[in-house]
Design a protein around this ligand. Structure first.
Ligand code: BYC
Length: 330
């Protein structure tokens, strides 16, 4: 498993008896549903776990703008273009809330971005796939933002206050994103045979990568147990993945599209859909940097950062000038 790039220092989950008095008190607060705030004492491993997850999440939002950015100039109508632009701007905003939440844990945004640009930090695997047609904008909104909502609604109740509060706003915006995606596909599916085929092709390409967004199977998820104990994770990777399948199948039926999984069928006994095996080799390859677009995504982010240097310098110069003026006036 390509995990633990950030060493949290917690190699295994310790039992309550093994915790010191301060750690026990901390765990009791978590168990009682009390939110942890930036100035509260917290175990170093809790802090590092949150920095890891929140920064990966922030990077995902920022890199996540790129696949959709590819279609801004080619949106079919002015209205679709305005909606897409608004969605992409929302993603930038989500990244900023999340970097701010990470900064409350004592890391700087520059450090986090440096790790991203050096290829050391992870971001969601899903953004390493190309957007080949307009229907991909629909599939991203429906499946990717749809999965993000399923993953993020529970995070609104996670134990760390700033992360939980950021998620409340993010989730509200994500639900608009999912609807706009579904609306794009609905229009295509009600259109010509070519348009419907374009929608089916997008579903064929995005379905399996969307299921990978929830992370490795529970048995291989190295961080899950400890994160569940700390109420950073309220549901397991597999539980949320199942929720996504159960929710999405009827939506695909309404569109008249076929989910590209011959093993997909309703299991009366379980009360859930059974689905086929995910290609975990593909998932690991993407995490290692070998997905179809990993290099391109990173190159684009680094270029944007470098080309924005003059603007960041100007902001700092302006802030310094104001501070000097205020100091003179005082
Ligand atoms: N891609 O032990 P596990 C969005 C890594 S933004 C890449 O289960 P954990 C959107 C994992 O980080 C979507 N890496 O980990 C934006 C770990 O590596 P490290 C992003 C993945 O943390 C714009 C290792 O595999 N959402 O929706 O307990 C436009 C072992 O996994 C992935 C979030 O970030 C993956 N898919 O659980 C549209 C939500 N899966 O760090 C939409 C917050 C796993 O040990 N994050 N890995 O080296 C989470 O909920 C959890 O971090 C995860 C993984 C469920 C993703």
């Amino acid at each position: 498993m390509y995990a633990q790039l950030v060493d949290t220092g917690a190699s295994r989950v310790r039992s309550l008896d093994e915790l010191g008095p301060q750690e026990r008190e901390f765990q009791d607060r978590i168990d009682a549903g009390v939110k942890i705030e930036p100035r509260d004492w917290m175990p170093e491993a809790y802090r590092k776990t949150l920095v890891r997850q929140i920064s990966q999440h922030a990077h995902s939002e920022i890199v996540g703008q790129l696949p959709e950015g590819n279609w801004v100039t080619r949106a079919p109508t002015l209205q679709r273009k305005a909606i897409l632009l608004a969605k992409i701007q929302d993603e930038a905003g989500h990244g900023l809330y999340l970097y701010s939440a990470a900064e409350t844990l004592g890391v700087s945004r520059d450090e986090l971005l440096e790790a991203l640009h050096a290829g050391k930090a992870k971001y969601s695997s899903i953004f390493n796939y190309p957007t080949l047609s307009w229907a991909d904008m629909g599939a991203i909104g429906w499946l990717v933002d749809g999965s993000a909502i399923i993953n993020q609604i529970p995070l609104c109740r996670c134990s760390y206050g700033p992360y939980a509060r950021a998620m409340v706003r993010v989730c509200k915006e994500e639900s608009f994103h999912a609807r706009q995606g579904y609306d794009i596909l609905l229009a295509l599916c009600r259109g010509s045979a070519e348009q419907k085929a374009m929608a089916q092709d997008a579903l064929n390409r995005w379905w399996w990568p969307a299921l990978m967004m929830f992370g490795p199977p529970d048995a291989e998820s190295v961080n899950s147990r400890q994160s569940a104990n700390w109420r950073i994770k309220l549901f397991s990777n597999d539980e949320l993945r199942q929720r996504m399948v159960d929710q999405t199948v009827p939506q695909a039926e309404h569109l008249g599209l076929t989910i590209p999984d011959p093993s997909l069928r309703w299991n009366e006994e379980r009360g859930h859909y059974d689905f086929g095996e995910i290609d975990w080799d593909e998932f690991h390859a993407v995490l290692k940097g070998n997905g179809p677009c990993n290099r391109e995504r990173l190159r684009t982010r680094v270029q944007a950062w470098e080309e924005g240097a003059w603007f960041r310098d100007a902001l700092v110069a302006h802030a310094d000038k104001r501070a000097a003026r205020d100091a003179r006036a005082a």
